[in-house]
Design a protein around this ligand. Sequence first.
Ligand code: CU
Length: 152
Amino acid sequence: MPSTAGRLAAGRCEKAAVVSAAMVLLVACGGGEPAPDAAAPSTAEGVGEVTTASDGAQEITLQTQDDYVFVPAGFTVDPGTVRLTVVNAAEEMTHNLEFSGGGPEEISEGISLLAPGEQKTIEFTVSAPGDHVFECTFHVQLKQVGTMTVRG
Ligand SMILES: [Cu+2]
């Protein structure tokens, strides 16, 4: 009686070990497959990608959430028109986005208030190559900053 139960339990253990070994192998071999979920679980599709709209404007979407970061914290554009959308995926935190100045040119466009669940788009033109720092003025002391680089 105890031996049968023991064998059953041992069998089950062995099976579980094989299954988990197989899962480890699957995970280990998954490097070649695209895995957007693993890379950025909470980021909406298209966030961080600079694309060119039919009117020639460069479009980029940033996301912010219930923390103190912009995702991504940096992006690069060519001189010209930039249409920047910020999505606030937070449930509780209000953010904003302003260019802090001190860069190669002044960008006066900004988003003064972005409530949880809200998204806003601004459009401006850049001509001076270099790094333009932007920030959430509410959380700049918590280092919620980012950089828009304009190519030369
Ligand atoms: Cu903020």
